[in-house]
Design a binder for this molecule. Structure first.
Ligand code: BTN
Length: 149
């Protein structure tokens, strides 16, 4: 009887994640970043591809902000619990495009966090303005509760 109990405990220890890093970080859901921008990521397919919507809190233009579509993919190899990913936001209200690249982590408290870097390409009128057309930065996203519309 005692041997059975020990074996059961051993089996449980083997299948139960022992640290937060072993918990899976999942991109699907609602996220908010350090600027207050919100994004929704739909389900990720078997190839790691996903789509979603991005509501930026800030803009480099004088135009009215509109919710914009995003398309991305995450790594599926190595069956990683903390996958790398990238996505592109095609801004609906300007000629700009932003690409984000990052990694999905699970922190020590078991919370998912997306650490990203981005490049924002603005559409400029001439080749001579190309030098000033690209901005770079970082954003950190955490999960948020779904919004009640
Ligand atoms: C534009 O201004 O033409 C489009 C909006 C760009 C918003 C940028 S993208 C990188 C950074 N992170 C955000 O959440 N918003 C800004």
């Amino acid at each position: 009887m005692q041997v059975a109990a020990i074996l059961l405990l051993l089996a449980l220890a083997l299948v139960t994640p022992s640290s937060s890093a072993e918990r899976k970080c999942v991109l699907t859901g609602f996220w908010i970043n350090d600027l207050g921008s919100n994004m929704t990521i739909n389900s990720v397919n078997k190839a790691g591809e996903f789509s979603g919507m991005y509501h930026t809190a800030v803009t480099a233009t004088s135009r009215k902000i509109r919710i914009s579509p995003l398309q991305g993919s995450q790594h599926r190899e190595n069956n990683s619990n903390q996958p790398t990913f990238g996505f592109t936001v095609n801004w609906s209200y300007s000629g700009s495009t932003t690409v984000f690249v990052g990694q999905c982590f699970v922190d020590e408290d078991g919370r998912e966090i997306l650490k990203t870097m981005w490049l924002l390409r603005e559409q400029v009128g001439s080749l001579g303005d190309d030098w000033k057309a690209t901005r770079v930065g970082v954003n950190v996203f955490v999960r948020r509760a779904p919004r009640r519309e």
